[in-house]
Design a protein around this ligand. Sequence first.
Ligand code: KIV
Ligand code: ZN
Length: 520
Amino acid sequence: MTDEPHVKIFDTTLRDGEQAPGFSMSTDAKLVVARVLAAANVDVIEAGFAAASPGDAASIRAVAEEIEGPTICSLARLNPADIDAAAAAIEPAAKKRIHTFIGTSPLHREAKLKMSKEEILASISKVVAYAASICDDVEFSPEDAIRTERDYLAEAVEAAIAAGAKTINVPDTVGYTTPEEITDLFRFLVETVPGARDVTFSVHCHDDLGMAVANSLAAVRGGARQIECAVNGIGERAGNCSMEEAVMALATRRDFFGCQTQIETTQLYPAARALSRVTHNPIPRNKAIVGKNAFAHEAGIHQHGVLANKRTYEIMDAEAVGMPANRIVLGKHSGKHAVLDRAKALGFNVSKQKVEDIFPAFKRLADTCREVTDADLVKLLTGNAEADGRIGPWRMRKTELHVDMEGSERPHARVTMEHDNGERRTVRHKGEGPIDAAFAAVCAIADVPARINVLDLHHMASEGVVRAEAVIDVEDEQFSGNAEEVDVADAAVAAFVAAVNQAAALRASRAKADATENAN
Ligand code: KIV
Ligand code: ZN
C-alpha cells in the first residue's frame, strides 16, 4: 500500500470516442474493446449514451451484461427520460454509474439551451437528485465548464453535490484551456465549493489545440482524481485525452505527479490494436506509446546507443505497454552495428567483414524504400534476389475483380499466382470490396495470414502510373511492399503481393535456419 492518491481512469472510448466520425462501432465491436478495457483494469467504462438510439442502449446493456470489474456507465442529458434510459441500459452491471450533463457556459445557456442561470441550477438540483434516487453512483458534468463564469460554475457544482452527485467532472468541451489555467481552476473548485472534499473531481479534455493530455495531467496537479480519456485519443473532433499517454505519463513520471492508477499497462498496446482493428483506423506510426515508431530506432547514433543501453534513448520499456521489444528499424540512417545485430537475430552467423561487404548494397537499397525489412536483409546476406528484384516465391499471374453494381452479390476476386516451384494456384474470394477480396485470395494462396495496415496510393500524373505501398501485419510482424502499375487496383494488389512475398520469404528462411539448427 502507498499513500499516493489513486487517479481513476474513466474510459470513454465507447461513448465520446465512438461519437467521432469514422469510429462508430457495432455491439460486437464495442464488446471487443470493452473486454480489453476490462483486462487493462480501467475503473469506469462509459459504454455509450443510452437515449441516443436503441442500438446504443442495446450495446451498453450487452457490455453491462458481460463485463466484470469496471463500473459500467451511460451518459444522459439532464432530464428524467434520459436518466431512465441510462438506468435501464446499465441495469445488469454489478457496478453502475449514470453520468448526466448540461451546458453551463453563456454560449450554451443562450444559444443552445435558451435557459437562464437560475433555470439550469434548478434543473441540476432536481434531476441529479432523481438520478441519485435510482443509482448510487451519479456523475455530473457542467458542459463547457472552461468557458463558464467561475462563480457560476462553482454554484452549479455545489448544486450537483448537494443533490447527490459523487463525481464532479469538469469538461473542457472545446479543447480551449491551458495547463496553468486548468490547474488553477481545479484548485479553486476543490478549495472553495462546499462539499467538494466529499466528492471525486474529474477532468475531461478535448484535443483541439493538442493539449488534452497536458491539460488532464495539469488538472491532476490541481486536485482531479479521475481522468476521462479514450484509447488512441479518439473522441469528438480532434479527440479526447489519450488513455495510454495519460497513464504512462503518470507511471513514468510518478516522481513528479506522485499519483498512481490501477491500470495494467501491458494491456495498453493490445487495447490500441483492438480499437484500430474493429474501427479500421490504423494507429499513426508516430503515435506516442502505441505507434509503430514509439520504440523504434533508425538513426545510426541512436541504434548504437540503444544496443549498448536502451535507456540512452528510451524512457520506458516497450514490454511495459505490451509491445514487442524495442525495434531497431533498418533504413538509410542505420549503421553497421544495427545490421550486424539484426543479422544475428535472424540466425546468421555473420562476420564484421560480411557486414562491410554488403553495406554499400544495403545503403543503396535503403535509399529506395522507407524500411529495409528482414526479408531484404536475408536477400542481401544470401545474395538471393530474382533478376527482377522480386523477393519471395510468388508471382502474380491473373487478377479478376468483380463488383455487382445492383448489389445482389458480394464483391469478389479471382486470383491466380505461381510459385517458384512451378505450382499454380487459383482462389476465388469474397470481400468488403473487390480489392479486399483480392487481398484475401492472395493470403489464401500464399498461406500467409496477412492483414492490411496501410495502403498508400499516389497517382503520378506526369508518368501515367499509380505508385502503391502496402504495409501488412502478419502475426505481430510488419512487412511492406511497393508496386507501380497503370491501374489503381493492379497497383494495390501488386504492392500487397510484394509484402506477402516478403513474409513468405522470411518464413522460409526461418524454417531453413530451424531445420539446420535441429540437424546440428
Ligand atoms: O466534452 C464534453 O463536454 C462531454 C460531456 C458530455 C462530458 O463529452
Ligand atoms: Zn467530450
